[in-house]
Design a protein around this ligand. Structure first.
Ligand code: FES
Length: 574
């Protein structure tokens, strides 16, 4: 066996390499391993099971299937735990902890003796954290996701987390659903374990991972409970042995051309706006910068092809039955970089050509008959957008794409929750609701609070959408005319810090413009009176590390010291 492979890899430093290996053997043999087992290639399995993470409830079965695949292919599987993050169980928000998970995973990939690794992720932040780790550690790695949950029903109506969670909560707030019914609905929205069953952030990141080439074909959309999910895991386990042999590295797979493919897919699936933040973070670990204006231009010839919630009709189990990412990539083939390598050992083009199933379905549209022709995510500029803000135009009300309204400003999440339903709040349906100090440092953690609730008195009039804006993120399962990721955020002196209630706001999505009617002199006066909020101060621990080093949305909110100097850009062809 090669000196730098398997159990001989990355020896603990005692100043005597032979002693280090001898001691390692002593301890691993305490678990009953034979010399034969210890001579095999070692494949790590990042286990992200947690009782606090229902999206990862099937990780133990996946680990079992991955181990089977590794052993059938002649390797030694070694499972190790990392941090696991669930959206609804992370305070203040899972995004605050994503970089911590990525650093945990990255350092385990470096520290433990493994020739390749199978990364098991699923919920929104776990897959990005693992890709960031794989990119930085650059150890051969293959991704397996836990898979989307099945959709459920409530009084004969099909429902699924979490688009319908938000819609039904809106009905409750508007008084059209009573407290008993909303309580019963908690039994219906997530009928199985697994990730949210719509094109939210978890599904978006799974689709992006497959498109990047870091997952075996077909793996993004197989529902959690399908037997195919375990067969896919077994195949990934077996494939990891080939990665250990051929040494194909994440940095060879995740090139600017592969990121361009992933950005195309993000647009074509009408994916979550969070996808762009996470892609920027993964790419940043490889010294690749996402060019947001080029990404916006890419939207012009990249239509939305998938009719899926939160904006369309179907759920992830329907998308899987319709062919999943393989069918989407086949439609997008003329727009993709086909030479990109994938963990399966084929190029993306070969992978697409290998998928030959064709049948009638109405979830994935052909390129010449899309759902929406103008691209999913638009990049806005103007004196209220600073270095840029984004809007998911496919999720907007068409009559609000060009809108002028009066700003109604909330200074923080706490201020918003205190005042939004106040019957005396001076607000109309034509106003523009603005939430600030909810960005990467202001909140902190750039929470998914961008789906500002419609004030109760406006919701009671049957109004379901208003123009809303913030420096935070929005759940991929949400929808509406919502401007996000205002960069730089208010807490570090971005333009949202200086808007006041009563200012006139102009939104013009077709012209990519977001402005406020406030003169430069007046803005200068407001800047002179501004000071950062107390939330950005931290003296100890992880919070201090986060506050001192978290970047803005355009750099993926990664820590500045984790981002490699940018030497390349993506997309290339826009
Ligand atoms: Fe985990 Fe939605 S909460 S994917």
């Amino acid at each position: 066996m090669n000196d730098k492979k398997g159990m001989r890899k990355g020896l603990t430093q005692y100043g005597d390499a032979e002693f280090s290996l001898y001691l390692r053997k002593v301890f691993i043999k305490a678990m009953g391993y034979s010399d034969d087992a210890l001579e095999r290639p070692v494949i790590g399995i990042a286990n992200t099971f947690s009782d606090f993470n229902s999206c990862h409830a099937n990780v133990p079965q996946i680990v079992k299937a991955v181990k089977r695949g590794i052993m059938l292919a002649g390797g030694l599987p070694m499972e190790f735990p990392t941090i696991s993050l669930h959206e609804a169980f992370s305070n203040p928000t899972s995004m605050y902890l994503r970089n911590l998970m990525s650093m945990d995973t990255e350092e385990m990939l470096r520290a433990l003796p493994m020739d390749a690794c199978v990364l098991i992720g699923g919920c929104d932040k776990t897959v990005p954290a693992q890709l960031m780790a794989a990119a930085a550690a650059d150890v051969p790695a293959i991704s397996v996701v836990t898979g989307p949950m099945l959709s459920g029903t409530h009084i004969g109506e099909r429902v699924g987390a979490c688009t319908d969670c938000r819609r039904l909560w809106g009905e409750f707030r508007g008084g059209r659903i009573d407290r008993d019914e909303i309580s019963e609905i908690t039994n219906r929205l997530a009928p199985t374990a697994g990730t949210c069953g719509v094109m939210g952030t978890a599904s978006t990141m799974a689709c992006i991972t497959e498109s990047l080439g870091m997952m075996l074909p077909g793996g993004a959309t197989i529902p959690t409970v399908n037997a195919d999910r375990l067969r896919h895991a077994e195949a990934a386990g077996a494939q990891s042995l080939k990665l250990a042999e051929n040494g194909l590295l994440p940095s060879t797979i995740m090139t600017p051309a592969a990121f361009e493919n992933a950005l195309r897919v993000l647009l074509a699936i009408g994916g979550s706006t969070n996808g762009i933040v996470h892609l920027a973070a993964v790419a940043g670990r490889l010294g690749i910068e996402i060019d947001m204006e080029a990404f916006d231009r890419m939207g012009v010839d990249t239509p939305v092809l998938v009719d899926i919630k939160p904006t369309g009709r179907f759920y992830m189990d329907d998308l899987h039955k319709a062919g999943g990412i393989r069918a989407i990539l086949r439609e997008l083939k003329p727009l993709l970089n086909l030479d990109c390598l994938t963990v399966g050992g084929q190029t993306l083009g070969e992978q697409i050509d290998g998928y030959t199933e064709t049948f009638e379905q109405d979830v994935i549209r052909p390129l010449n008959n899309p759902i929406h022709s103008g691209g999913g995510i638009a990049f806005l500029k103007g004196n209220l957008a600073g270095d840029g803000a984004i809007i998911k135009q496919s999720a907007c009300s068409t009559d609000l794409l060009v809108h002028t309204g009066r700003a109604v400003v909330f200074d923080s999440l706490a201020d918003m929750s205190e005042r939004i339903d106040d019957p005396d709040l001076d607000v109309t349906k034509d106003d523009v609701l603005i939430l600030r100090n909810a960005g990467p440092k202001g909140a902190p953690g750039m929470p998914e609070a961008g789906y500002l609730p419609i004030p109760k008195k406006i919701a009671a009039q049957g109004i379901k959408d208003m123009v809303r804006m913030s420096d935070c993120r929005m759940s991929g399962t949400a929808f509406g005319t919502i401007i996000l990721h205002s960069t730089p955020e208010a807490a570090v002196g971005g333009p949202l810090a200086f808007v006041e209630t009563g200012d006139t706001i102009h939104l013009d999505v077709p012209n990519r413009s977001l402005t406020m009617d406030v003169s430069e002199e007046e803005l200068e006066r407001r800047r002179a009176n501004w000071s950062p909020p107390d939330t950005v101060k931290a003296e100890f621990g992880y919070r201090k590390l986060y506050m001192e080093h978290a970047t803005q949305a355009d750099q993926g909110v990664d820590f500045d010291f984790m981002i490699r100097p940018y030497t390349r850009k993506t997309p290339l062809n826009a």
